[in-house]
Design a protein around this ligand. Structure first.
Ligand SMILES: Nc1nc2c(c(=O)[nH]1)N(C=O)[C@@H](CNc1ccc(C(=O)N[C@@H](CCC(=O)O)C(=O)O)cc1)CN2
Ligand SMILES: Nc1nc2c(ncn2[C@@H]2O[C@H](COP(=O)(O)OP(=O)(O)OP(=O)(O)O)[C@@H](O)[C@H]2O)c(=O)[nH]1
Ligand SMILES: [Mg+2]
Length: 449
């Protein structure tokens, strides 16, 4: 697989910025043992936690802490690694890092430890990406799914599919050498059935990956409606706290306000907006422009209506300006004032929910409907995390498999489509991944990872 990196030694603070109980400086590369000797007076036994003094160049004590030395290849990066676990004060961490840098290490770039782990075959690319996803997971469910990907669940499923694809490809390529007899076999039997089988397996993997991607990205839901219909009240109800100002004055919200909530572990960015109306107030107008802009990047809209009035010409006008393919739900709010029951109704293929943001009636119905709008399908089984890059690759695989199915009578073209499908699939785990893509993936990590 990938070529070895130039063997220099990198160092970074591996723990989060700010004060913490413990802070870790991590070193990786050939100078790790020498740095251990210099800082600790000796290199600790392999993979043993040793409680030692960390010494500065002049022999003064930087801190007393735990040091662990992992000789390569049995380390996170596959190289010699030294961990200095000190008291987690930012000033102290800087002194400790500076000491390692003065001993010949250089400051690591974002993601460089994990990049080395990937280059040394400790992790494949999907696993390396999962490291960042574990760290950045927005919900507990997202964190669990990222750990599944880090453990290799996603990679294994990709590998199983890859193996079937390779077997099929070898078979078709073998047939190319005996054209006359075997073309009939390709068109009539075996190959079509096998190709269809691979295609079904791909659809299944793609569906799981979409669920995983949903856990990673969440969806953006915009609350929209006339002033005073209760958008900010709904925002606060969903968030479980007073995120936005609520008053009986129409035109209270002037800006878009975003709050990250979760429903059954699916992250939802809920965006409260300025109520839509004709107004001479310049500030309010600017807020209304922001409402329309928020809708351009939304994954779904909640159209709020005052249940006392129902849908009026104003709502019809709002609806006409919404992006046509934007999933939406009508929300009739303030049912406590119109003496209605919380419920869900289907009218002309659009869902209408009846709730009270102020009192909470019907909100559970809304939460379940939002999950449905997001495309979440509770499966009971563990979801692994996937990125947009993976979904894109799976779509490319799908396209080539469909082309392959259309080319059964032309074995050369068929073989070529299978080759392209295999390339796209193996880009997920990173067997043939261009350097610039690797640069893009790892540069989004934090320093020290
Ligand atoms: N102190 C510490 N905690 C940490 C990390 C770390 O680097 N240091 N990790 C950093 O992300 C995560 C754990 N990941 C790790 C993965 C592999 C190895 C390692 O030493 N692997 C060797 C030995 C395996 C074995 O003994 O079974 C190897 O792969 O050969 C260490 C940490 C989370 N916790
Ligand atoms: N009775 C009742 N009052 C509600 C309900 N939801 C909101 N209200 C009241 O309606 C008024 C307006 O609520 P907001 O949440 O500020 O409305 P908004 O849509 O954000 O208004 P703007 O920010 O002006 O666009 C407040 O007095 C709320 O207390 C509800 O379900 N029942
Ligand atoms: Mg408001």
């Amino acid at each position: 697989m990938a070529a070895a990196e130039p063997a220099d030694t990198i160092a970074a603070i591996a723990t989060a910025a700010g004060a913490g109980g413990i802070g870790v400086v991590r070193v990786s590369g050939p100078a790790s043992a020498l740095i251990a000797d210099a800082v600790l007076g000796d290199c600790p036994a392999a993979r043993h936690a040793a409680y030692l003094g960390f010494k500065d160049a002049d022999g003064s004590l930087i801190d007393r802490g735990i040091a662990i030395y992992y000789p390569g290849p049995n380390s996170y990066t596959g190289e010699d690694v030294l961990e200095l676990q000190a008291h987690g004060g930012p000033a102290l961490m800087q002194i400790l890092l500076a000491r390692c840098l003065s001993l010949g290490a250089r400051q690591a770039e974002p993601g460089e430890f994990t990049r080395r782990a990937y280059l040394n075959d400790k992790l494949d690319l999907a696993q390396a990406e999962a490291v960042a996803d574990v760290i950045n997971a927005a919900t507990a469910e997202a964190a669990r799914s990222a750990v599944r990907s880090l453990s290799g669940e996603f990679s294994q499923r990709v590998q199983v599919l890859l193996n079937s694809l390779i077997r099929l490809r070898l078979y078709v390529e073998a047939c190319l050498d005996f054209p006359e007899e075997d073309i009939d076999f390709i068109t009539q039997g075996g190959v079509r059935a096998k190709l269809e089988e691979v295609s079904v397996a791909l659809q299944r993997l793609h569906a799981s990956a979409r669920q995983g991607n949903l856990l990673r990205e969440g969806i953006r839901v915009v609350l929209v409606g006339q002033p005073n219909v209760g958008k900010s009240s709904l925002m606060n109800r969903l968030a479980g706290e007073e995120v936005a100002i609520v008053t009986p004055i129409a035109g209270t919200t002037r800006d878009t306000i975003s709050s990250l909530i979760q429903i059954e572990g699916v992250p939802l960015h809920v965006i409260d907006t300025a109520g839509l109306r004709d107004t001479a107030d310049e500030v309010e107008q600017m807020g209304i422009e922001r409402t329309w802009r928020a809708l351009e990047t939304a994954n779904a809209a909640i159209l709020l209506v005052d249940a006392q009035h129902g849908i009026t010409g104003v709502e019809a006008a709002i609806l006409a300006r919404l992006p046509a393919d934007l999933p939406r739900v009508w929300l009739h709010n303030k049912i406590d004032l119109s003496a209605e029951q919380p419920r869900s109704e289907l009218r002309d293929q659009e869902t209408h929910l009846f709730v009270s943001a102020k009192h909470g009636d019907g909100i559970e119905l809304l939460r379940q409907h939002l999950l449905q709008l997001a495309g979440w399908q509770p499966s009971g089984e563990g979801v692994f995390m996937a990125r947009a890059r993976h979904l894109q690759a799976l779509s490319v695989v799908d396209t080539h498999l469909q082309y392959a199915l259309d080319q059964l009578q032309y074995p050369e073209l068929l073989a070529e489509e299978l080759r392209l499908a295999q390339d796209a699939l193996s880009s997920i785990t990173g067997e043939f991944t261009p350097d610039d893509l690797l640069g893009e993936i790892f540069s989004r990590f934090c320093i020290g990872k």
